[in-house]
Design a protein around this ligand. Structure first.
Ligand code: ADP
Length: 268
């Protein structure tokens, strides 16, 4: 692997992990992935890096608890599953991060937070205090009261967007989105085996959005489109994003070491 990327000046990092990286296809927790994620983020947190994790997975974990293989369509059931799953997921994170002596916190956000200056300021101050205390905030949308992500009617509310919004308010240097795919391809690789990985994207326009299809898994909600939107939001702020495969979250260390993995979204 060549080392042509430079992230030496990156201090504050937002990592978003998708449901498909946290759960096996049978709906059970991918403990190896969660453990590697906890190890990797703890390792970074022990240096001068500051880390925020945006974690999906609440509904998927809730589905696993009830042995469901298909996501219910009724909003109250989805929200109840999110409530069950979020607490289970945080319990697992708590245990795994504790192994590495890392303190974590839960931050549940709704989109109105980003619309009101007062709540935005308080949220930023809380993030700042947590980071000062070397706590890793674990962020999710407050699924029990929000319907954006659950409703599927709008693609605005999803954790890809949430991660970019969080990155913007804390002025993060880098957003890393971990998914079930090696990066952004010139066409959907799940459908086209001859698709090839795009290593660097400097500009996102309609033609780029055209090659991002819909959501790819039964458990996830975002798809490639929302990942591009998140990357575009970072680039608009002059910041970088990397989309990479979360099957082994230690890939975050490769990314920061400048290795050519995943797709780099770089406005420069
Ligand atoms: P996550 O649950 O990690 O957020 P998603 O399933 O929502 O992941 O989105 C990733 C999926 O997007 C891929 O598995 C793939 O099926 C789909 N996809 C559509 N177009 C592309 C593309 N051009 N490059 C890569 N993946 C694509």
């Amino acid at each position: 692997m060549t080392q042509t990327r430079h992230f030496d000046d990156v201090k504050r990092i937002v990592v978003k992990i998708g449901t498909s990286s946290l759960l096996h296809p049978n709906g059970k927790l991918n403990l190896a992935a969660i453990d590697q994620l906890s190890y990797t983020l703890s390792s970074l947190n022990n240096t001068d890096k500051e880390v925020i994790l945006v974690s999906s997975g609440a509904i998927g974990v809730g589905m696993g608890q009830f042995g469901l293989t298909h996501r219910p369509t009724a909003i109250p059931e989805q929200q109840a599953l999110a409530s069950v799953g979020q607490s289970q997921l945080m319990t697992v994170y708590q245990q795994r991060f504790a192994t590495y002596g890392t303190k974590i916190s839960q931050v549940l956000l709704t989109y109105d937070v980003f619309e009101y200056t007062g709540s935005l300021k308080n949220t930023l101050n809380t993030f700042q205090t947590l980071l000062n205390w070397k706590v890793i905030p674990i962020v999710n949308e407050n699924d029990t009261v929000a319907i954006d992500e659950l409703g599927h009617t709008t693609k605005f509310g999803d954790n890809d967007q949430l991660s970019a919004l969080v990155a913007a308010i804390v002025d993060a240097d880098l957003l890393i989105i971990l998914s079930d795919i090696d990066g952004f391809f010139d066409k959907n690789p799940q459908k086209y085996p001859d698709a090839s990985l795009i290593q660097t994207v400097n500009h996102i326009d309609d033609a780029v959005y055209q090659i991002a299809g819909g959501s790819g898994s039964d458990f996830g909600t975002g798809g490639m489109y929302t990942k591009l939107k998140a990357a575009q939001r970072m680039m608009k702020h002059g910041k970088k994003a990397v989309l990479a495969n979360g099957s082994d979250p230690k890939i975050i260390l490769d990314i920061l070491a400048g290795k050519q993995v995943g797709t780099l979204f770089d406005p420069n």
